[in-house]
Structures are given as structure tokens and as C-alpha cells.
Design a protein around this ligand. Structure first.
Ligand code: SIN
Length: 580
């Protein structure tokens, strides 16, 4: 099977990858390519990449800042990268997973360069490294100034097109097929809108994030929580979904997704100013800290946006050509104008729980990238760790499949899930049509309403409810109001019938399922931690240093002891004020 076979689903694949961002394509390339990154043992497996748009249309290509990896600088070390990641994660990172991330990251970046990715370089040829919020060192590799995701995606798409992977574009996965406690592929809509089964020995969720849950987001229209919702419906453990990270410096402009003003601008000295022109927060603090400070200041000053002042940055247009172009297109000159900004939903730190090899609790099902909860982000992702996570864990799961691994191991974020929920309970799964596990908030799967070209008013209502009720700062009351709204949207979604509504219906159903899980977790977590800020519980509560997990229809707060390993005392603490 080659990419020329894109029009038809093979009978049975060895590996079906859902999603074509950095995680999915890193796995695809590793599973199928010859050469130094192949990791192929024996026969090349039959791999299919299923994507609901075109291969290159993933959220990855929107990523601006870069890839954080220790690739230069005598003063930097993987220990410092680890310490910065743990500090940003506000006590909920899994230290072993972060260790894997920072140790294996540089090798994955070098492989990407060998594959053809071109990152920005200094005049002497060394990689140019930028600094972003929460990082104690300049260690962010970037391309085209702040067009890193586009270059990473270009290199991986080219490599995938050269590989033996079959590419199924304009297909939409509806639900996991679960038989006898194992995932066997997905039920999907093919490019012609027919419901088909795509059967596979291994299924990889690499479906990306959930930014479309919110009315204001930097995420593209594709980020509709599809993989997360499929996992929830099948009862596969999902954790940390209350931690939706809001990016502080999205351009305040009607365009959706919101144009991002990369954190790298602050790394180069851009300043945050309130409505009166005053600075009010360390620009290089971790994102949760900056977004919260902005939300408070906007509320206190009664304004809908604040300002990013990049007027002192030299050579803005040369350093950040894509941002410069998009600003000038709407009449803003960064050398002269302060730029209007407000926080926007950006990255989900949690997701489908995996072990250190990307295995979920359901045998035959793997996850990597934003849809996964490997434990590396904890309660708040460190800037530019997400492309890195996709590369590292996409490659690890490919290696594990090639080695013949089956089922999850008690490593990383999976340890406590297996210990406390048990392998059986976590892996029972559900087949198509199983009861929705999102408490009383989920819709039954696969009961679509008719599709239309117009924006779906129920989706718009859900997004507004989530942004207003579960945004940067939440409370019991705001969460309950949002839950009421989502329940009403769920009921109207379920009323409408079955599969014929196609992808728009499926995406709405997925958003409803994911919103239910997020709201339940956020209501349960009666504290402020990382990206989850509660006005009615403004302090961090040490009792809550544990994960909230949705599994097989239940929502469970894991015990504090089993949930998150303590960081080793040998890990150096960052000394910079940016350390968080
Ligand atoms: C940014 O460039 O500010 C976004 C990068 C990221 O989300 O890590």
C-alpha cells in the first residue's frame, strides 16, 4: 500500500494513525521509512494515516515559537530544562516523563534536521536559540522567526509522502472499535461520506487539541477534541483536562483563530502594558501566571484587552517576518503601535493517559501529542515543549510497536492509573455506541444532526459558555452555569438523529463530550493550580497535588501518594526570575 492508495481503506492495517500533526507523522515516518530514523525491524508494517483534512492541515503548522531542546549553550543542561518544565507544571508533572522528554528531545530535533527541516541559524552556522517564558535559558530552536510549526510540518509531510504510509485525507474517525478488551481500529466516514470500518492491529490517537471548545482560541478549526472524545466514550482513562492553557498574547482582533503574537517577542524584550500603559507582570513568567495577571488587570480596569509593546525590538520584520506581515495586513506597525492582546485558549495540558511509550490503558490503542497525557506538562505546559513532546513520544510509540509491545506498562503517568484503577477496569473500553463516560454531560456517540455550511449555532453557544464559564478564571458558579449550557446543547444534539450529519455533527458531539469532562474536572478541583484558576479557591492546596482521571464512566481523583512522583532533590532549581 502506498500513498497512491489514498482513496480506499485497506482491509487491515498494522498501524492506523489518526491525525497528521507532529506526533502522528513522527510515528508514521519512523514506522515506515528506510534510513537512520526508520527503526524498522524486519518487514515494514502497513501503516495508514487518516486525517479529516489534508495531510498538511494540522495544528502543528500554526505553532510559532519553536521547539525547546538543549542543543547548544555551555550553560544550559537537560537538568535545567527538566527543572523549568517541573516548575511550570505546578507540581503535577511526572518527573520520569519529563526526564525522557528533555533527554531524548535533542536527538529528535537532529533527526528532523537530517530529514530536511531548516531551523534559523546564527551567522556562524550554529542554531539560533530563543528564550521564552518559564525557561531559564535560551533553548528554543525556531524556523522562519516564528513559523516553526510550518517548517516542522513541511519536513514531516514530505517525509511521509516519500514513505510507504497510506494517506487517507478528508476521512473523519467517528469512534474506536473495541472488541474483547482491545482496540481494533475505528469506524469512520470516508472521503465520500460513507460509514466504513478501518481495522488495525494498533490504533494511534494523534488527533491534537481541543481549543475549539472556547470562543476565543489560537487553535485552528480542526482542534475539536476528536481523539479525546473517542477515548472518553470508550472508557479509556483521560486525565488533567481541567488544565486548558490560555496563551497571554493572542492578538485582540475578530479573526478566529486568533493570530498569535509569539512568546518569543517577549523573549526578545517586548513588554506587557495595562490600559494605563503600566507594566504589571514579569513578561517571562510561565504562561499561566501571565494570563492570570492579565485577566485580573483587565477585570480591574474594565477593559477587553491590554497591550504588547514591541516598539523597542530591533529588526522586527527580519526576525519575525510572518508576524510582521500579518500585523501590517491589518494596519498595525509593530515599530510604532502597541499591539492589542488578550488571552486565548491555546493548549490542553491533559489528555488520554499513556505510559512512557505512548500506550494507553486499552491494549491496541496508543496516543501521542496534544491528545495525550504523558505527564510532561502537569498543570501548565512550558512554552515550546509541545512540538517536542510530539516528536519524542510519537517516535517512542513507533519503536514500541515495532518491538512488538502490547498493552500499557506501569511507567510515567500510567503508574497511578494502573495501581488505583487496575488494568482491567481501565481497559474494558466500550464499543461503538457505548454509554458516554462524561458523567451526565456527554452525548451518545454517532447520533449526528444534519450538516450545514453555516457555522453551527450550538457550537458557537458551547464555545461562548466555555469561554465565559471555564476560561482563565473560573468559579463553582461559573462552571455550573457552563455545565447547564452544555447539558442543554447535549440534549439538543442527541435529539437530532443518527450518523447522517457527517463531520460537523461528529465534531459538535466531540466538543460536547470533551466539554463535559473538562467542566467536571474543573468543578472537582477546588484550588488554583497552573492553568486552572478558581476565584473561589484562589490558593494552591497541597491536598490537590494529584490527578483527576475519567475512566470507564467514572471520575476519580487519584490518591496524592500514587499520583505524582516527587522531583528528585538533585534537580537544580532555576535561578533566573523566569524560573517561575
Ligand atoms: C508561542 O510562540 O508563543 C507559542 C509556542 C508554544 O505554544 O509553545
Amino acid at each position: 500500500m502506498t500513498s497512491d492508495d489514498a482513496s480506499s481503506a485497506p482491509d487491515v492495517l498494522d498501524v492506523l494513525i489518526l491525525g497528521s500533526g507532529v506526533a502522528g507523522l513522527s510515528a508514521a515516518v519512523r514506522l515506515t521509512s528506510e534510513g537512520p530514523v526508520a527503526g524498522v525491524r524486519g518487514d515494514t508494517p502497513r501503516v495508514g494515516v487518516l486525517t479529516k483534512g489534508e495531510l498538511s492541515h494540522s495544528a502543528t503548522r500554526w505553532a510559532q515559537g519553536g521547539v525547546a531542546a538543549v542543543l547548544g549553550g555551555d550553560e544550559d543542561s537537560t537538568d535545567l530544562h527538566l527543572a523549568d518544565t517541573l516548575a511550570a507544571g505546578a507540581g503535577l508533572c511526572d518527573t520520569t516523563a519529563v526526564r525522557v522528554l528533555v533527554d531524548e528531545g535533542p536527538g529528535r530535533v537532529e533527526e528532523l534536521i537530517a530529514m530536511g527541516a531548516e531551523f534559523d541559524r546564527q551567522p556562524g552556522g550554529a542554531l539560533a536559540l530563543a528564550r521564552e517564558g518559564g525557561h531559564s535559558m535560551a533553548r528554543v530552536v525556531h524556523a522562519g522567526g516564528a513559523a516553526t510549526g510550518a517548517e516542522v510540518e513541511r519536513a514531516l509531510v514530505d517525509a511521509t509522502r516519500r514513505s510507504a504510509a497510506a494517506v487517507l485525507e478528508q476521512w473523519f474517525a467517528l469512534d474506536l472499535i473495541v472488541e474483547h478488551g482491545r482496540c481494533r481500529g475505528v469506524r469512520a466516514l470516508d472521503a465520500a461520506g460513507r460509514v466504513v470500518e478501518v481495522r488495525a492491529t494498533h490504533t494511534v490517537l494523534a488527533t491534537g487539541g481541543a481549543g475549539q471548545l472556547f470562543a476565543v482560541t489560537t487553535n485552528p478549526a480542526e482542534a475539536t477534541a476528536d481523539g479525546l472524545a473517542m477515548a472518553l466514550r470508550a472508557g479509556v482513562p483521560v486525565a488533567d483536562v481541567e488544565f486548558m492553557q490560555f496563551h497571554p498574547t493572542a492578538l485582540h482582533h475578530p479573526a478566529m483563530p486568533r493570530p498569535l503574537l509569539s512568546e518569543a517577542l517577549r523573549g526578545h524584550g517586548a513588554l506587557l502594558r495595562d490600559a494605563e500603559g503600566e507594566r504589571f507582570v514579569d513578561e517571562l513568567a510561565p504562561r499561566d501566571v501571565v494570563s492570570r495577571a492579565m485577566a485580573r488587570r483587565m477585570s480591574a480596569q474594565g477593559v477587553s484587552h491590554l497591550w504588547l509593546d514591541a516598539t523597542a525590538l530591533e529588526s522586527f520584520g527580519e526576525r519575525f517576518p510572518t508576524i510582521d506581515r500579518s500585523l501590517r495586513a491589518i494596519g498595525l506597525d509593530p515599530a510604532r503601535d502597541w499591539l492589542p492582546i488578550a488571552p486565548a485558549a491555546h493548549h490542553l495540558s491533559g489528555g488520554v493517559v499513556t505510559d512512557l511509550s505512548g500506550a494507553t490503558a486499552l491494549p491496541g490503542l496508543w496516543a501521542a501529542g496534544e491528545v495525550a497525557c504523558t505527564g510532561v506538562h502537569g498543570a501548565n505546559r512550558l512554552a515550546s515543549n509541545s512540538l517536542l513532546e510530539g516528536m519524542v513520544f510519537g517516535a517512542r510509540l513507533a519503536e514500541s510497536i515495532l518491538e512488538g509491545r502490547e498493552g500499557p506498562r506501569p511507567t510515567g503517568a500510567m503508574v497511578a492509573v494502573l495501581e488505583e484503577l487496575g488494568a482491567g477496569a481501565a481497559a474494558t473500553g466500550g464499543s461503538v455506541g457505548a454509554p458516554d463516560p462524561g458523567g451526565d454531560l456527554g452525548p451518545g456517540p454517532g447520533s449526528p444532526v444534519p450538516a450545514g455550511a453555516e457555522p453551527d449555532p450550538l457550537v458557537a453557544r458551547l464555545q461562548r459558555a466555555m469561554f465565559d464559564g471555564a476560561g482563565v478564571v473560573r468559579s463553582a458558579d461559573s462552571l455550573e452555569w457552563a455545565a447547564d449550557e452544555v447539558r442543554s446543547i447535549r440534549d439538543r444534539t442527541a435529539e437530532a438523529g443518527s450518523v447522517g450529519g457527517g463531520r460537523p455533527y461528529g465534531e459538535r458531539a466531540n466538543l460536547v463530550t470533551a466539554a463535559g469532562a473538562l467542566l467536571e474536572s474543573a468543578s472537582m478541583r477546588t484550588e488554583t493550580r497552573g492553568a486552572h484558576a478558581r476565584s473561589d479557591h484562589a490558593e494552591t492546596d497541597p491536598q490537590w497535588r494529584r490527578r483527576i482521571v475519567h475512566a470507564a464512566g467514572r471520575v476519580v481523583a487519584l490518591s496524592a501518594a500514587g499520583s505524582v512522583p516527587e522531583a528528585s532533590g538533585e534537580i537544580p532549581v532555576p535561578t533566573s526570575p523566569a524560573g517561575g
